[in-house]
Design a protein around this ligand. Structure first.
Ligand SMILES: [Zn+2]
Length: 146
């Protein structure tokens, strides 16, 4: 059950201490990725307005930096399938991450969908000397397929 804080006279309703504890929807701040209650108009951490980008591809690109790695990996896969060239630079940056090798490897696999593009090819090249063997292997798979 969602625990609702009673609304007091003229103050804005405070965020619940556990947003979504009762199954309520949540959303991530587009600027800092803080989790906010769906109803909130601005981010509780950075005050940015909570408007998700409306364009589907822009939302996918945004999700590449999502704090949840699984979400980022799925977004990379969808962007690769859609072959949207706007994804190349963000995927390239993702492929260079060293804090999450699975995320970087997913970016490399997604970039291989754009291997004809010189920018994507340069990122794929760079991935062959990534510190993580998982990422290097993903880049080698691409070279093997070409
Ligand atoms: Zn924020």
């Amino acid at each position: 059950m969602s625990r609702r804080v009673p609304r007091s006279s003229n103050r804005p309703e405070p965020l619940p201490d556990r947003p979504g504890a009762g199954g309520g929807r949540l959303r991530f701040c587009p600027a800092c990725y803080e989790i906010n209650a769906w109803e909130a108009a601005s981010c509780s951490r950075c005050s940015a307005p909570l408007e998700t980008p409306r364009d589907y591809d822009a939302r996918l690109v945004w999700a590449l930096e999502h704090p949840d790695g699984g979400t980022a990996v799925r977004a990379a896969g969808v962007l690769a399938a859609r072959e949207k060239s706007l994804a190349i630079e963000p995927l390239g940056r993702m492929s260079q991450r060293t804090d999450d090798q699975y995320r970087a490897a997913a970016a490399v696999r997604a970039l291989s969908a754009f291997a004809d593009d010189p920018v994507a090819a340069a990122y794929l090249d760079a991935a062959r000397s990534h510190p993580s063997v998982i990422v290097r292997r993903a880049a080698a798979e691409d070279a093997g397929a070409a």
